[in-house]
Design a protein around this ligand. Structure first.
Ligand code: IVH
Length: 753
């Protein structure tokens, strides 16, 4: 959902009114007729419920109900308060805008409040909206603009004389979080506006996470054993409120601008004239928008957009209909909560009913137990769904999901299928409440080991690090593409190696003999299917080859928390062995530096560390005014996690085992200064399509080895697009921007040069 559903008005509540509230409520409920009492009870329930979901959505970026469900609760409360005006409470969630600003960020006051919109799922209501404004402005033509409602996080950016002064989230509508440093890491947000810029230009838009990038990020999080983001919007929100801009910079975020706040020296008469202005200033906006001046025209545009929006790189959840002329907007004005001149129409997510046959509990690489719904297969948004995540025990309890229930499935955020609700009227009589602990008999469903509630992840976790399920996932990860690339060891082989006791930990792969592997039964005792000599020899060959893979690959393959591919490559540039990462002075300096800055202690010492990190090429001076400000290659959270890992028992054991196996991955250690001297230093590549004889990983490895960088999307900062067969839309964008497109042959020639 955009933030409209967790919405509205900027009314302020005085502390006194909050204190009096329970008394007022009690007084009201005493003398009330019984239906009003019922209504008061329900309204109180709804407010508590909505506040809880607001907290989960805004402060934790981890909602547990779908937008539709939230909207339903919200609408029920709005209707109740309208029907029983005495129930209206100044602190009701219906009386305020969005979320609380986070404590950790400085606060910024918006020059013009950031309001939200009324939203609807009904075309009739859109028609009523247009009829209403026609009534209010009789005998006038009222052109409206229809544009995509981008499903991300609302932000407001202030440009002064063309320079980005600050960026803020909406917060409570008047005060938002200062996210300037994070916003500066988003490539499509220019630090300086193009062409003659207005003196003051407060511009508003929606930060989104690229749909493909979101899937990749979740894939990496799954591999790293981290909880998944429910949808791109939550991932964008979670990224923007990250305190470490180094991490934000790695997230595939973008922005679409759709409006202005306070502006000076700008002469705009209508919204449709904003698009060319944004373009001129270098601020991205929706490529598609429509003008209409009738209900029919508006609905046609809404339908047309629905047919197109799935191909946009960002997620959309509706269409915003806004009066074009600012002068007409002024005359229409605002209701208590939102502008009368605009409405958001939200598209229904496709939902279908199916039966929940069973609940499986899966064990992840880090031992987290995830309940998964096994469903009667059903088609949702074009693909067959047989399983859906149930997230965790609390989610099952809250929705009262029982085995045998008929459930409603929705593709939340068009990506992950989710069980939205139970159709209680279809519940079988014998269905009993689901008891997670009892269902798995109080132990790990795979190894029978002890389990423990991990409050950080609201989840149960298997405590046995030798649990075969965990080991299997780790073996699979070590051998995966992009890690050690041991092609013949996939999920099934990993499963069987662990099951037969041939691998108790991932590094056991390096002691396997061809004969053992050849006899590995991938089938069952009744229907055996051996791996065979040929495949076994191939596997052993790939394992041997893996010994000599460079440090970056090994750092990634060992599944060290927080080390994804990019971090592994960065670390390998500055360290020459795993031991030197484990005992890295650079990482300790990063921690030291950030700690000192946080506590504002010892500025001499801070400067000394900053200088040392810069000299090593591990940090750059930041553009902030602070003279000791630096941006480090990896942030403090990542640095801490890596040092912690190598200090832990599992980390120490890995180091020992590598030594015993005589595996010493090396990097051609390249210092920051040397990086600058490499052939592709500072060059940004984008890959698209399938190359004839090179995998994406290989091409990326070659680019990075020469100091270049690979990005997921084409922008004006892209230097080359490396294109293979069946390239995606990136080619069109590259052509549009005049970026050089290379085929594999040209790329190889470039490498040779
Ligand atoms: S116009 C007075 N245009 O959806 C508010 N908002 O439900 C004017 N959003 O708060 C907002 N795409 O966070 C507008 N094209 C668009 C939008 C858009 C997404 C978000 C925004 C807004 C919420 C309204």
């Amino acid at each position: 959902m955009g933030e409209s559903a967790r919405s509205v008005s900027g009314k302020h509540r005085s502390p006194a009114s909050l204190l009096l509230l329970p008394i007022v409520r009690a007084l009201i409920s005493c003398g009330m007729p019984s239906d009003e009492k019922q209504a008061a009870k329900r309204a109180a329930q709804l407010r508590d419920e909505i506040r809880k979901h607001d907290r989960l959505y805004y402060e934790k970026s981890a909602p547990i109900i779908s937008d539709r469900e939230y909207d339903r609760l919200y609408k029920e409360l709005v209707d109740l308060e309208a029907q029983f005006p005495d129930l209206g409470a100044p602190d009701s969630p219906t009386q305020r805008v969005g979320g609380k600003p986070l404590k950790a960020f400085a606060q910024i006051e918006h020059r013009v409040p950031m309001l939200s919109l009324d939203n609807t799922y009904s075309e009739d209501e859109v028609a009523r909206f247009y009829a209403r404004i026609t009534r209010l402005l009789p005998d006038e033509k009222i052109p409206v603009v229809i544009e995509p409602k981008v499903d991300g996080v609302a932000v407001s950016l202030l440009y002064e004389n063309g320079w980005l002064r600050h960026a803020a989230t909406r917060g409570d509508g008047s005060l938002g979080d200062d996210i300037t440093q994070n916003a500066k890491t988003i490539r499509s947000i220019p630090e300086r506006l193009r062409s003659a810029a207005p003196g003051i230009f407060e511009v508003r838009g929606e930060v989104y996470m690229d749909k493909r990038g979101f899937e990749k990020l979740n894939e990496e999080r799954r591999e790293a054993g981290l909880p998944l983001f429910a949808n791109p919007r939550n991932a964008a929100a979670g990224s923007l409120k990250h305190l470490d801009p180094g991490i934000v910079a790695k997230r595939p975020l973008g922005i679409v601008f759709y409006g202005t706040g306070a502006v000076e020296d700008v002469d705009l008469e209508k919204h449709s004239a904003l698009f060319p202005l944004l373009k001129k200033l270098g601020l991205p906006h929706s490529e598609r928008w429509w003008l209409a001046d009738s209900v029919e025209g508006i609905l046609n545009a809404i339908h047309e957009l629905d047919g197109l929006r799935h191909d946009f790189p960002y997620q959309t959840d509706g269409a915003v209909v806004k009066v074009d002329a600012f002068e007409q907007r002024e005359r229409l004005g605002f209701t208590a909560k939102s502008p009368r001149w605009a409405i958001a129409y939200k598209y229904e997510a496709e939902r279908v009913e199916t039966r929940l046959r069973d609940i499986l509990v899966q064990v992840g690489r880090t031992g987290i137990l995830t309940p998964v719904a096994v469903l009667d297969p059903v088609v949702v948004s074009g693909s067959t769904v047989g399983r859906a995540t149930l997230h965790n025990e609390d989610e099952i309890k809250r929705k009262d999901i029982r085995i045998g229930d008929t459930v409603v499935i929705e593709k939340a955020g068009e990506v992950i299928p989710a069980v939205v609700e139970v159709v209680k009227s279809k519940r079988p009589r014998h269905a009993v409440p689901f008891d997670f602990f009892k269902h798995i008999h109080g132990k790990c469903p795979v190894c029978g080991g002890p389990i423990r509630r991990d409050p950080q992840f609201v989840a149960w976790r298997c405590e046995n690090v030798q649990c075969p399920a965990q080991t299997t996932r780790r073996v699979e990860f070590l051998a995966a593409r992009g890690a050690l690339d041991i092609e013949s060891v996939g999920g099934i082989v990993a499963d069987k190696l662990v099951e037969r006791g041939l691998a108790r930990e991932p590094l056991d792969l390096f002691e396997l003999k061809t004969e053992q592997l050849a006899k590995l039964n991938l089938g069952t005792a009744e229907a055996p299917r051996m791996l065979g000599e040929k495949n076994a020899a191939k596997a052993v060959h790939a394992i041997e080859r893996a010994r000599t893979l460079p440090l970056a690959r090994w750092l990634f393959a060992l599944a060290i928390p927080e080390i994804g591919k990019t971090t592994a490559t960065q670390l390998a540039r500055f360290h020459d062995s795993i031991e030197s990462v484990a005992d890295s002075q650079l990482l300790r300096d990063v921690l030291d530096y950030h700690e000192k800055r946080e506590h504002k202690s010892g500025s001499c010492r801070t400067k000394e560390i900053a200088d040392r990190l810069i000299k090593a090429g591990f940090a750059k001076r930041s553009k902030s005014k602070d003279k000791n400000g630096i941006v480090t290659e990896v942030g403090p959270v990542v640095a801490q996690s890596i040092l912690n890992f190598f200090a832990s028992a599992s980390g120490r054991k890995i180091l020992q085992r590598l030594k015993q196996l005589e595996i010493q991955p090396k990097s051609e250690k390249v210092s920051g200064k040397k990086v600058a001297a490499l052939a592709l230093a500072g060059k940004t590549f984008v890959l698209t399509g399938t190359l004839p004889s090179m995998t994406r990983e290989e091409a990326t490895g070659k680019i990075e080895a020469l100091g270049g960088h690979v990005s997921g999307s084409v922008s004006k900062k892209t230097d080359y697009v490396l294109a293979g067969a069946e390239p995606g839309s990136k080619i069109g964008k590259a052509k549009q921007l005049g970026i050089r497109i290379l085929d594999e042959m040209e790329f190889r020639q470039m490498l040779a040069r």
